[in-house]
Design a protein. Sequence first.
Length: 153
Amino acid sequence: MSARTGYQSPTSTTDAIIEYQQGTRSGIVLITRRNPPHGLALPGGFHEYGLTLEENAVKEVKEETDLEFRIENPSRPWTYSSPTRDPRGHMIGHVFFGTGRGTLRAGDDAAGAHVYAHDEVKRMIARHDAGEPVFAFDHARILADYLLFRGVR
């Protein structure tokens, strides 16, 4: 419940699209979720009180991937607000994109963290859109939007 008695408000979240190079492999970092809803997901989490959206995204990236995250779109997150985007309830997601530095390691809510080439991500989105639940939440849509924005065909 919000401060306004009798009203419910959506919960705010942050997610990160991380471009990362690991040796000769480069692409987007995705985590395998440890907790329901299961599937591949962008690193992210609930927006914590007292943090800016950007600070929250950087914190979540560090907790789930151990990477330092340099945001390319500060103060301009992409916003996703469909009430059905998260089966746990109405969440408003704020998505940042940028680059990751450091050694990729899964932590916190992530059972795994891996780098996927853009072509691999496109194939996984196609499988997801064909009815195979690859991604958690609406992350297939977010990734499709990102690849289109980057001109990946």
